[in-house]
Design a protein around this ligand. Structure first.
Ligand code: AGP
Length: 636
């Protein structure tokens, strides 16, 4: 939520900042801004600040009219929390002299009391943001330090930031430039991501790797509480206690950090089409080739030590949004396939009402970005409350599932499953949902094999089904892309849609509804089909389409009966089901091959994604950057 970028080196900063922000725009697009510091031949430098409401393109235009010069600068793309999405609330925020600028991602929880304190000392605020307290606090601190005769320098700026940070409560990543020091900038983070990229004689710091990937492959992720002074000569890194820290940078590998739309109109469309490849990669990485040799490898290869699987009596999964929907499918598999009682929690609810502690519990945090504040905080809380109990049976056992191994989640949990779907830019998660599902199939199969909860033949059949998935997905994506594009006009005036599913496909109904809501702004609800008659059926009439997922298996007949009930209320019925006489009742069929019911969510989700995509695109909406949303939700 909000992206920040900072650069210092030998090149003009503004073009690098704008390119970095372009890569971070998925984190928020309510406004954007940048500040640069230009060195002047005599004395201090000159700070220029440009800000614009709305998308980055508006800032780009402003920059074309009023170029901001200098080799040092900071930039920001905003998702509004405190203060409306207006230019006066856009970052950077300045101190009273207009020569010190700050960008921030996070929330300063005690901003009200700090603001009152600053106002009492005569500070005038120009925005409604929580961030604006920071430049004023740093400015006052600099004034105090300089009153003892100290000259302006990067070290002085660093010292002032270090003195102010303990006053800030909450989570943040921030960057500061000062007109007096054109050759220095300071960055800091606490519970919000920040990475430093090391170029040749230049450094770029950003909230996420896509902003760095085009600049350098050598990165230094900052740890919680760290503060760094960046100059063209190097990085001076300090921990939260002020101690100097030396750490070896790491390398970004692969192309997964580069966001490229290729020939698609939207990232979401491209990412839906990438799913056969996501599945093929997952199969290649995790399903060893079939072998009859004695002692042949186990069914699934997961990079987890045996102790993660040993003695687990129950599993709890913490996640938000689409990641939670994938977790619901995961819970179904872990219970029905591996026989392990499993609960899924909204991470934001778990934080404030966790269930009583149970022994031998594996806690799984699922977040594609690895940065969702609620999921991270819920995991930290679980670790802390278990740490208070002496009995080792209650010790925290944490596992993370993410698409961003280098994220905060990656640093928080001892064990990690990287879904390896490659960078996802569209705010609506698609290929990462599939990657999360596949990861849960792998995990459930691994548990089931170890516990012999299903026969080897049954498990092997599922593995064979997974091997067939990439080819099935390829056909399905192509076919439904065409069908859904043709259907989209039917939803031109639709205001409500109901999605029905049961059993393992109930979470897919939830996911279908979420996809439609977030990109097309059509009200949609996902329901367990059998629950309709307990209330929601009252909503149905000829203006409310019902999308019903009916896959052969345990609840096939039941779902068809529930669909009949909707049809009897004049609802237009769209079926996600195999072709055949049983499914002739649907007004429109989005056909899906009849696979093993346990594997069906991997296929039924495709028409859900494409239907939402084409409805939103047909309505001319901004599919990749829907209103009010951001790709990673790094605030509570
Ligand atoms: C997905 O389409 C949504 N944009 C959203 O629900 C998302 O899944 C949620 O914010 C959780 O994000 P995470 O997976 O990065 O934790």
């Amino acid at each position: 939520m909000c992206g920040i970028v900072a650069v210092i080196g030998s090149r003009e900063a503004a073009p690098l900042l704008l390119e970095g922000l372009r890569q971070l725009e998925y984190r928020g697009y309510d406004s954007a801004g940048l500040a640069t510091v230009e060195a002047t031949p005599a004395g201090p430098g000159q700070l220029t600040c440009l800000r614009a409401e709305g998308k980055l393109v508006n800032l780009q235009q402003r920059y074309e009219q009023y170029p901001a010069a200098g080799h040092c600068g900071i930039g920001h793309t905003r998702w509004a929390t405190h203060g409306k999405p207006e230019e006066r609330n856009a970052h950077p925020h300045l101190d009273g002299t207009g020569q010190l600028a700050v960008v921030q991602n996070g929330i300063i929880e005690n901003h009200r009391s700090l603001r009152e304190q600053l106002q009492a000392s005569g500070v005038v605020f120009l925005s409604d943001t929580d961030t604006e307290v920071i430049p004023h606090l740093i400015s006052q601190c600099l004034a105090r330090l300089r009153s003892s005769g100290r000259a302006a320098s990067g070290s002085l700026l660093l010292e002032a930031v270090q003195q102010v940070l303990p006053e800030l409560h909450g989570a943040y990543a921030l960057a500061v430039v000062w007109g007096e020091t054109p050759g220095a900038l300071v960055v800091a983070r606490r519970q919000a991501p920040l990475l430093i990229g090391l170029g040749e004689g230049e450094f770029l710091c950003a909230s996420d790797t896509p902003a760095l990937a085009g600049f350098t492959r050598t990165i230094l992720p900052m740890e919680d509480g760290e503060v760094a002074l960046l100059t063209p000569l190097g990085i001076e890194l300090h921990d939260a206690l002020g101690n100097r820290v030396q750490r070896t940078p790491s390398l970004l590998t692969g192309t997964e950090h580069v966001a490229d739309k290729r020939s698609f109109r939207h990232f979401m469309h491209k990412e839906i089409h990438e799913q056969p490849e996501t599945a093929a990669l997952w199969v290649a990485r995790h399903l060893p080739p079939p072998s009859d040799a004695p002692g042949s490898p186990s069914l699934v290869a997961l990079p987890l030590p045996a102790k993660v699987f040993e003695g687990v009596e129950q599993i709890q999964i913490l996640a938000c949004g689409t990641s939670r929907h994938a977790s619901l499918v995961g819970a179904y598999l872990l219970e029905q396939l591996a026989g392990i009682p499993t609960s899924v929690f909204h991470a934001s609810e778990f934080r404030y009402a966790p269930p009583p502690l149970a022994p031998h519990t594996l806690t799984i945090g699922v977040t594609q970005s690895g940065e969702t504040a609620d999921t991270l905080a819920a995991l930290v809380m679980e670790e802390e409350r278990r740490g208070l109990i002496a009995d080792p049976a209650y010790a925290a056992r944490l596992l993370g599932i993410t698409n961003r191994a280098e994220s905060s989640l990656g640093r928080l949990v001892p064990h990690l499953l990287d879904i390896g779907a490659g960078i996802e830019v569209g705010v609506a998660a698609t290929k990462t949902f599939l990657g999360q599902l596949l990861t849960f199939y792998g995990l459930a199969l691994a548990f089931a094999e170890r516990r012999s909860s299903r026969s080897p033949a049954q498990l092997q059949d599922l593995v064979s089904g997974l091997r067939a998935l990439p080819a099935q997905l390829k056909e399905l994506v192509e076919e439904h892309d065409r069908r859904c594009a043709e259907l989209a006009h039917l939803f031109a005036d639709t205001q409500d849609v109901i999605f029905l599913g049961r059993g393992i496909n109930y979470p897919i109904a939830l996911e279908g509804a979420l996809k439609l809501k977030e990109i097309s702004y059509i009200h949609a609800e996902g329901y367990p089909a059998g629950e309709m008659k307990h209330g929601p059926i009252a909503l149905l009439d000829s203006r409310v389409p019902v999308v019903s997922i009916a896959m052969p298996g345990r609840v096939f007949e039941k779902v068809l009966s529930n669909a009949q009930e909707a049809k009897a209320r004049d609802a237009q019925l769209i079926g996600v089901a195999p072709e055949g006489p049983d499914t002739a009742l649907f007004d429109v069929l989005l056909p899906v091959p009849a696979v093993d019911e346990l594997l069906s969510p991997l296929l039924t989700v495709i028409p859900m994604q494409l239907l939402s995509y084409h409805i939103a695109a047909h309505r001319g909406l901004d599919v990749d950057q829907p209103r009010n949303l951001a790709k990673s939700v790094t605030v509570e």
